[in-house]
Design a protein around this ligand. Structure first.
Ligand SMILES: *Cc1c(COP(=O)(O)O)cnc(C)c1O
Length: 459
């Protein structure tokens, strides 16, 4: 019923205990989410770095396997786009498992500088810098290059092209592939990169090493991961003639996460296989060397590595009325002790639907349909704008709002994008953040106090 323990839904680590409580397994360790919620109180965000490590290793392994299988001559690099989640407990495991980094802003690059200075960086780690570049960003890139970091700025526009012609290292160029793919962005073109037509006119660029693109996020079909590759590879083949040092094709982000868990998505294996095969065929046909390959799959890597746990603090029935004032059905609203609009902003921004289950009473034999509401004073603070119910256990003895034995709910796959988009609407505090790894439970961040929130507003 809850679609737990299923690889194809990205829930293979989750299960329900004999007492009807949500369990997460990491090898021989297991963690009881209901117990954690009681111990640390809610709202909490629980981070599982082992899930990030596993997903990264699976990706590296599949690429390695199919590179050998197809006798592909290029190498593979996984660049983690830091904008998906910049928290330390997300970034450090990626570095230690062989991931490289991609930044979207000078402040993310400043974090890279910190890690470099603290010796958390091996010399084999590469950094790509995307995003429109302010002077501050360009100067920091040059500073880190001079200090010996393997750092490649990705050219976004003509100004950067002129500026970076004399850069003392490799550069990349971002292409707007102008391909319509079934994705979150749902539009054919965006404001990033240079058009294919424009790039054909740049001629020779001494230090051009990579071309990259980003076709969209949450790409729905495996064919849509492949179509832009075909288009961009034909440009790669042309550019390679005038720029023989070019040797890296970066296909950007967009690998999907199964948020709703209502159908199977394409698998990592099938995508890997198709990517390598597609590039190989085109390169062989054109008689050029197989390029090294890179991906920047952010959401894929980190979304499933965090859950948010809330407690239901109140419930009430509201009768909806139509224009004639006749009853047209009642809705049970369940209020959580956190907020969608401040902590899971995509609920509001892009009507994201999340997989939601209880954390306790999971073996109940009756369930009720409820509509979840956040605890801010904003009518948009609900799951989800547009309306969608979830099922929670119907417990006779807990009918009085569960004061002594609260009902907890879990929202899955919250590890990508929500943290940096989070805000303080109604001055609601950020939740506590807990890390669970190797049988050890640590508090990464305490729940924000009223005083800390007040300080942000000059109080
Ligand atoms: C946002 C972004 C990504 C990551 O996209 P996901 O959908 O999280 O995989 C990768 N590359 C670039 C250039 C981006 O802007």
């Amino acid at each position: 019923m809850w679609k737990l323990g299923r690889e194809e839904f990205g829930t293979k680590h989750f299960s329900v205990s004999a007492k009807g409580e949500l369990i997460v397994r990491e090898g021989n360790y297991q963690y009881n989410i209901y117990e954690l919620a009681k111990r640390f109180d809610t709202p909490i965000e629980i981070v599982f770095p082992f899930i990030i490590e596993e997903r990264l290793n699976d990706t590296l392994d599949y690429f390695k396997y199919y590179i050998r299988h197809y006798k592909y001559k290029g190498k593979f690099f996984f660049f983690y786009p830091m904008k998906a989640n910049q928290n330390k407990e997300f970034v450090l495991p990626i570095l230690s498992e062989g991931g490289h980094l991609e930044t979207s802003s000078p402040n993310e690059l400043w974090l890279v500088k910190r890690m470099w200075e603290q010796g958390r960086f091996s010399n084999t780690i590469r950094v790509l810098c995307n995003g429109p570049k302010t002077n501050e960003y360009l100067f920091l890139i040059e500073e880190l290059k001079a200090k010996g970091l393997d750092i490649t700025p990705v050219i976004e526009n003509w100004r950067e092209l002129e500026y970076l012609r004399n850069y003392r290292g490799d550069v990349g160029i971002r292409i707007e592939p102008n391909v319509k793919v079934d994705s979150h962005w749902d539009k054919q073109t965006d404001q990033f990169g240079l058009s294919i037509e424009d790039i054909k006119t740049i001629g020779r660029l001494r230090n051009l090493k990579m071309i990259s693109y980003h076709a969209g996020s949450q790409i729905g079909k495996v064919e849509d991961l492949i179509t832009p590759i075909r288009k961009v590879m034909s440009l790669y083949v042309k550019l390679k003639k005038t720029n023989p040092q070019l040797n890296l094709l970066n296909i950007g982000g967009g690998f999907s996460v199964n948020y709703e868990k209502n159908r199977k998505l394409y698998s990592l294996e099938s995508a890997t296989k198709k990517i390598i095969k597609t590039v190989k065929i085109i390169a062989d046909k054109a008689g050029i060397a197989h390029p090294d390959l890179a991906v920047e799959w952010g959401r894929y890597l980190v979304a499933p590595a965090q859950i948010n746990v809330y407690r239901i603090i109140a419930e009430k029935e509201i009768v909806r009325q139509n224009g004639n004032d006749n009853k047209s059905g009642a809705r049970i609203w369940s209020f959580i002790d956190g907020s969608f609009q401040t902590q899971l902003l995509d609920t509001w921004a892009i009507h994201q639907k999340w997989h939601v289950t209880p954390a306790n009473n999971m073996l109940a034999n009756k369930f009720k349909k409820v509509w979840l509401s956040g605890c801010s004073c904003d009518s948009d603070d609900k799951y989800t704008n547009g309306g969608s119910y979830i099922l929670i256990p119907k417990i006779e003895s807990a009918e009085k709002e569960g004061i002594n034995d609260p009902q907890y709910v879990v929202i899955y796959d919250t590890g990508a994008y929500q943290d940096a988009l989070a805000n303080h609407h109604c001055l609601i505090s950020s939740p506590a953040k807990i890390i669970v790894q190797n049988g050890v439970i640590t508090i990464a961040r305490e729940r924000e106090t009223a005083e800390e929130v007040g300080q942000l507003y000059g109080w």
